[in-house]
Design a protein around this ligand. Structure first.
Ligand SMILES: Nc1ncnc2c1ncn2[C@@H]1O[C@H](COP(=O)(O)OP(=O)(O)OP(=O)(O)O)[C@@H](O)[C@H]1O
Ligand SMILES: [Mg+2]
Length: 314
């Protein structure tokens, strides 16, 4: 620092400021004491304080950054733990649902065979039979319900674990909906619900038939569940570049503030309290329709029923 003696006061200050900017400082208590000019002594003292303040705040910043890094590491570890736990849960769900389906299918087939031994009316009207009793159709319905729940479990794990794989092929929408309606016939008869299907035109497109079946089946089962026994109307039609299926009931309806929520997982509107269900059907249906580049619309008011419209690209 001997060279500094020849520097002007301004240059000396600039030199120190440069040092301080580079987180260094050659000013010491001794160099301040040795300074003969009292003004310069004050300036040097101020610069030393500035340097110490800056050092202190950068130390604080360093410590804060280290603490933040620790928090971020901990958060990452917790997230990883959570990811592992979720993946273990989903794996369990997938394996459990898959394993449960095998005995259920066998059981369902067995009951179908037993039911075939009974007249078709008896299968729906539950007439006592000395051999099989009136419980058989009920057993069949419980097995179907259990099968439905297990399938929903499997779909949840598929959707949360990376989406649905669609198997797209040619589908005659009117025929598909007719098949679904036929499948519901025994239940409609048992509950004395009339259903009107309007499928005037042929509507053909390329979709995953089994998944679209699942969507319409859920909408129909909801119309039966929440339709208070009133007539149900289903319409299949084409409109421009879209195929439409409308399922309309005249039951409890859905309040405006619940209409968006019911498409979420495990979402059940207040009126659903008295009916069995996981609140997954519409969520799964929505995901399937979304994956098929379509959409579901809802038109409903409390006490006035609900109309669900599925739109699919043609
Ligand atoms: N047609 C309808 N009329 C009135 N409310 C309905 C209708 N369809 C659905 N909802 C309401 O939306 C909720 C969600 O429907 P969703 O099909 O997802 O579940 P869920 O039928 O209760 O059970 P799950 O389909 O899993 O067996 C229902 O619980 C019910 O409150
Ligand atoms: Mg449902």
């Amino acid at each position: 620092m001997a060279a500094k003696v020849d520097l002007s006061p301004t240059d000396r200050i600039l030199l120190h400021l440069g040092e301080i900017g580079a987180r260094r400082c050659s000013i010491t208590d001794e160099s301040i004491a040795a300074e003969t000019d009292p003004d310069m002594r004050q300036v040097l003292l101020g610069l030393l304080v500035l340097h110490e303040d800056l050092s202190y705040s950068s130390q604080l910043r360093y410590e804060a950054e280290a603490a933040l890094r620790l928090v971020a590491d901990e958060r990452e570890r917790l997230l990883e733990d959570r990811r592992l736990a979720i993946s273990a849960r989903d794996q369990f769900l997938a394996v459990a649902a898959h394993e449960l389906r095998t005995p259920l299918t066998a059981l369902s087939l067995l009951v179908d065979h037993l039911l075939m031994g009974i007249s078709p009316e008896a299968a729906t009207e539950i007439t006592p039979s000395p051999l099989r009793g009136p419980q058989l159709p009920r057993l069949k319905r419980q097995i179907d319900r259990l099968t439905g729940l297990v399938s929903e479990m499997l779909d949840v794990s598929r959707i949360t674990g990376g989406g649905l794989d669609l198997v797209v092929g040619p589908v005659d929408l009117g025929m598909l909906v007719r098949e679904i309606v036929d499948r519901f016939e025994p239940e409609l008869q048992r509950r004395q619900i009339t259903l009107e299907l309007t499928a005037a035109e042929v509507v053909r497109g390329h979709w995953d038939g089994a998944r679209i079946d699942q969507v319409v089946t859920n909408l129909m089962s909801n119309a039966i569940k929440y339709g208070e026994g009133k007539p149900i109307q289903i319409t299949v039609r084409a409109e421009g570049a879209r195929a439409m299926v409308v399922v309309r009931d005249h039951g409890v309806g859905i309040p405006a503030d619940e209409q968006n929520k019911i498409f979420g997982p495990f979402a059940r509107a207040v009126a659903a309290r008295h009916h069995a269900g996981l609140g997954l059907g519409l969520w799964i249906a929505h995901k399937i329709v979304q994956a098929s580049n379509g959409r579901i619309k809802l038109d409903s008011a409390p006490g006035e029923g609900a109309a669900f419209t599925v739109e699919l690209p043609l």
